[in-house]
Design a protein around this ligand. Structure first.
Ligand SMILES: [Zn+2]
Length: 1042
């Protein structure tokens, strides 16, 4: 547990809770509830005082007032009426309860009445949103002096946070900062005036050392081969080619006693270590870990404490020197330390504001009132009380939310609560859902909303007595009163058109043009589908999936198939009028797999033959999506389209595209156009899809430029996925493709979803990143949402926060399950609030910060020159660290970079982001690759961005080849590669095998079946069941995709 989190005085939040007893009550009795309020989507469109009044600054979405669907006005009274006659609360215990529900009316016959689109307002398409607002931060860089002299009034950082006795102890409690690097005196004499707000401070001296240190990588660093871009911690901030006088390794003269310049409490001089990462062994991650070693000392070249407290010596202009890679904090060490310190015991969520273990640590979660970090991770778990503090620190306040995250088998899925016809209990004013932080008062007859403070009546059916602590006596029997995450069964009010939804449908739409046939794709796919259709997602213990399926093939025209079970053979219907797409058949298009198996199998056998001799090379694209969406509309259900597409859609049709690839635009102001869609048609189409709950997953098999930036618009806005297999060849790529396909088809998806993040007074959600659509400023609309997708939400202050009460988030996701059940999934998280910046800096999570910053930057390239985006990132990082140094660290040499303990990897990781293909493309990275990665990162969770930007480098020859355990990773830097070894590099998307030139011949023989290194070709080598390897002297792409 976190020693820094001494029991927070936080009633009513985070009350310590006993081990969860399980839900054994079968129900709570009571009368049937009132009839349902008549509004559809009332849950989300109600008036939300305090949240919709003020459009977030800098967000150029339409004002919410103009967006409110008609339902919103009627909604509040309805909600209140419902509370007045609150029906019986009926807790269904455990996951099995879900199958007891018989709510959905089964398959609807194909209706003829098209659904009214839910989204009819003009909308700003989120992913193509406003430019980043932080450009102005760059200006502040000039004023940013990382002064050696901290304002005298500021207490040492450790003061007051650690155990009181720890100040003088060797295991100093809070080594908040690591030091590395040192400015030579001649370059940056310590400044004596470090006071004042950073932003307001006039530039002092020319060329602030810190600034030059941070800005250089963007403009300078040598470009490594594209995939090695993120591998260069050794180059740190300021690659080798960049003049970095501040990173020379000769220490300035020592003047002050060791420790006095450190940001933590004084300790003995850091011990010298002869191992590769000196100084790390005894150090804990900043904000957690019971034992504190001696002060971290990243500056191994600087013996002992001699780097600390340097006084200006005689100016000695030093030649630019390369930063010593070993002097940079090691991600490998940080990851390993966290595993050792926090991997052994469960993470219990009962305490407010706890920083969870790193994403790289394997740990179990026990939900005791806050959502698991698998669902929500925050950039900081301690939020500054005021916006001034937040602005000063520049630490983004954001949550990365994965509402449907899959859990390890040891952890239970969220319990499903059924309140019967009255639906879930909510605050009358802000519509927040009942949660453990709501405070019951007046003997239990009323409750005060923890988000907006509104006092609400407790419906009679929900009444329960309070114990002597003011807590309901049934608190532990009700998931919504004791757990951080749970689900409610939604009533019909939460359904479109006040009708329970039909089960969703999957439509497979297969490009059968020349390229698709020739590459073997069509045959492979059809063969695979025959068996894959048996594994469609199902719910609970259902014997078979409720999902219906349909099939379309296309090139310049579309072919629909009737696969009705009563047919002996499938029937094809061709639609050649692609400009005005319609669905030529209703009955027999979407079918149940088991009923129509024979016809489906026959169809899948015939498709490759039917088009075997095709000469058609042109394809359409938008009409295909249109057709799928119309088919779902006609069937009155939500669903997913699986598109398998090969080429730029140049055939005459809506959404026709032209080849506009132009690498000459790179590094110009027009570079952003490469990321923008070339026509608005796809946004319009996406909006229609979202209204229908039509999610689009796109599998691309391009041989050349296909304009991924445009083709991925619909998947991106509908919560779908994009997969890309350049130059697809069955023999090389089938394993990867089939593995992706199987995973994609089988994964559990929520359909027709709306997500709202509510916050307690003082902060609010202002910005959103991810694969979704927004038609107003608060509701995240997701045609589909699977367990891999995250939505990143940024918060801003709109009032002062209170240390006592903390801050609360509640994420509510309304969705249709794959069985057609309408549900609400609720995640709650309580955070601490602080009046001291040091508290903020001790409770940040760098991996989450990087996730946010990468997404922010990747959206920024849509609107700003890439260089501007890079500079903005650098400036923000510098600002974050400068604020820490100025306000939290003890005085030290101006030349030293001082890092908060929990952010010591921030410069390294940010450097990786800066060198990623989107922000700094190598010569061989295509425009499509960049657009592809850009949209991919948008939905990544923290674990995915972590390994994507800082790949794992595993020395395969360091441990016995037959060993079952993977070898320990080494720092991802080219200079860590030894010629005598073989390394595997993986970033979650690609796998590379690097073979050193002097690897033992026996190893080469056994792995590649050739006698020497020079005979290894870049062809494919199969190594057990591990996948496919290519190899060569340099990195080369072998395999990959998630
Ligand atoms: Zn409220």
């Amino acid at each position: 547990m976190n020693v820094n989190q001494s029991a927070p005085p936080v009633p009513p939040f985070g009350q310590p809770q006993p081990v969860y007893p399980g839900y054994h009550q079968s129900g709570y009795g009571g009368q049937p509830g009132s009839t349902a309020p008549p509004t559809s989507y009332g849950a989300y469109n109600g008036p939300v005082p305090g949240y919709q009044q003020t459009p977030p600054p800098g967000v150029s979405r339409a004002p919410p007032s103009s967006e409110a669907p008609p339902a919103s006005t009627a909604q509040a009274p309805c909600g209140q009426a419902a509370y007045g006659q609150f029906g019986q609360g009926d807790v269904q215990n455990g996951p099995s309860s879900t199958v007891q529900m018989q709510r959905f009316p089964g398959s609807q016959p194909f209706g003829s009445v098209p659904l009214a689109p839910v989204v009819s307002q003009p909308a700003v398409l989120q992913p193509f949103g406003p430019p980043p607002t932080s450009a102005q931060v760059t200006a502040q860089l000039a004023g940013m002096q990382i002064s050696g002299a901290v304002a005298p009034a500021l207490p040492p950082v450790g003061l007051g946070y650690g155990p009181p006795t720890s100040l003088a102890s060797a295991s100093g409690s809070f080594p908040n900062s690591g030091l590395y690097g040192s400015y030579p005196q001649g370059q940056a004499p310590p400044l004596s005036q470090g006071q004042g707000h950073l932003g307001a401070q006039p530039p002092q001296r020319s060329a602030p050392p810190q600034a030059s240190s941070f800005t250089s990588p963007a403009s300078g660093g040598p470009r490594m081969p594209s995939m090695t871009g993120p591998l260069l911690p050794g180059q740190g901030f300021g690659g080798p080619s960049v003049s970095q006088p501040n990173h020379v390794s000769s220490p300035p003269p020592q003047a002050l006693p060791p420790g006095s310049q450190m940001t933590g409490p004084p300790g003995p001089p850091p011990p010298m270590h002869s191992s590769q990462q000196p100084g790390y062994q005894l150090q804990q991650n900043g904000s957690f870990g019971p034992a504190r070693g001696p002060q971290p000392n990243y500056g191994s070249p600087y013996p002992g404490a001699s780097t600390f407290g340097s006084q200006p010596g005689p100016p000695q202009p030093l030649p630019p020197k390369r930063l010593d890679p070993d002097a940079i904090p090691s991600p490998i060490q940080v990851i390993e330390d966290d595993r050792n310190n926090r991997g052994s015991e469960p993470f219990v969520t009962g305490v407010r504001g706890q920083v969870p273990p790193l994403v790289t640590t394997n740990f179990l979660v026990k939900d005791q009132g806050n959502a698991s970090p698998r669902y929500i991770r925050c950039t900081s778990y301690n939020i500054p009380c005021t916006s001034d503090m937040a602005k000063q620190a520049q630490v983004p306040l954001a949550a990365v939310i994965k509402p449907l995250a899959r859990l390890p088998p040891e952890e239970a899925s969220p319990y499903v609560v059924d309140h019967g016809e009255s639906g879930p209990l909510r605050c009358n004013r802000c519509k927040a859902y009942m949660c453990p932080f709501m405070q019951f008062i007046e003997g239990g007859r009323r409750f005060q909303c923890c988000f907006c403070s509104c006092i609400n009546d407790v419906p009679p059916q929900y009444f329960q007595h309070l114990d002597h602590t003011g807590k309901r006596v049934d608190a532990y029997d009700r998931p919504e009163l004791s757990l951080g995450s749970y689900e409610f069964l939604a009533t019909v009010d939460y359904c479109k058109n006040n009708k329970f939804p039909s089960p969703p449908a999957f439509i497979f739409m297969i490009d059968v043009s020349y390229n698709a046939i020739r590459s073997g794709l069509v045959r492979l796919l059809c063969e695979e589908l025959k068996s894959l259709l048996d594994f469609l997602p199902r719910e609970g213990g259902a014997e078979e999936s409720a999902i219906r399926v349909g099939f379309v093939t296309y090139n310049k025209v579309l072919h629909f198939y009737n696969v009705k079970s009563s047919l002996a053979q499938p029937q094809m219907m061709v639609v050649s009028d692609v400009a005005d797409m319609f669905v030529p058949l209703l009955d027999g298009f979407l079918v149940n797999v088991s009923e129509s198996r024979a016809v489906i199998t026959s169809l899948l056998d015939q498709i490759p033959e039917m088009f075997a001799d095709t000469r058609e090379t042109e394809t359409v694209f938008a009409p295909v999506i249109q057709a799928g969406m119309e088919a779902l509309k006609a069937a009155e259900c939500a669903g997913k389209l699986f598109l398998f597409h090969t080429s730029l859609p140049i055939a005459e049709a809506p959404g026709k595209l032209k080849n506009r690839d132009d690498r000459k635009l790179i590094n110009t102001d027009k570079e952003k156009t490469l990321f923008q869609p070339q026509t608005g048609a796809y946004q319009t189409l996406a909006k229609e899809c979202v209204a229908q709950g039509c999610c689009v997953d796109l599998f691309l098999f391009p041989n050349q430029y296909v304009d991924v930036a445009t083709l991925s618009v619909v998947p991106q806005l509908t919560g779908g996925s994009v997969y890309k297999y350049a130059c697809f060849q069955v023999e090389n790529d089938q394993e990867r493709f089939l593995s992706d396909l199987r995973r994609d088809v089988q994964k559990v998806v929520g359909f027709d979803a709306v997500m709202r993040v509510r916050t307690s007074t003082g902060i609010r959600a202002v910005d959103f990143f991810g694969a979704f659509y927004m038609s107003n400023t608060t509701d995240v609309e997701l045609a589909g949402l699977d367990g891999d997708k995250t939505v990143t939400v940024e918060f801003k202050h709109d009032d002062r926060l209170n240390e006592e009460s903390g801050a609360l988030l509640q994420c509510a996701l309304l969705y249709t399950s794959c069985a057609g059940q309408r549900r609400l999934r609720i995640h709650n998280l309580a955070l601490n609030c602080c009046t001291q910046l040091a508290d903020l800096y001790r409770n940040c999570e760098t991996d989450t910060l990087i996730n946010y910053m990468a997404k922010f930057a990747y959206r920024g390239v849509l609107n700003s020159p890439v260089k501007t985006v890079r500079d903005t990132l650098i400036t923000q990082c510098a600002q974050i660290l400068a604020c820490y140094r100025k306000n939290c660290a003890s005085p030290s040499s101006a030349g030293q970079l001082i890092l908060p303990e929990c952010m010591k990897l921030l410069p390294v990781y940010l450097n990786c982001v800066l060198k990623s293909d989107v922000l700094q493309p190598g010569a061989e990275v295509t425009t499509d690759d960049r657009a592809y990665v850009r949209q991919l990162v948008t939905s990544m969770d923290v674990a995915e961005t972590n390994v994507f930007f800082y790949p794992r480098l595993l020395p395969l020859t360091k441990s016995p080849i037959e060993s079952a355990t993977e070898p320990p990773a080494v720092r991802a830097s080219e200079e860590r590669l030894s010629n005598g070894d073989i390394y595997l590099l993986e970033n979650g998307l690609n796998l590379f095998l690097w073979v050193g030139a002097s690897v033992q011949q026996g190893v080469v023989q056994s792995l590649f079946s050739v006698s020497s290194f020079s005979q290894i070709t870049s062809g494919l080598v199969r190594a057990g069941s591990q996948g496919e390897y290519g190899c060569g002297k340099a990195f080369c792409d072998m395999s990959g995709s998630q």
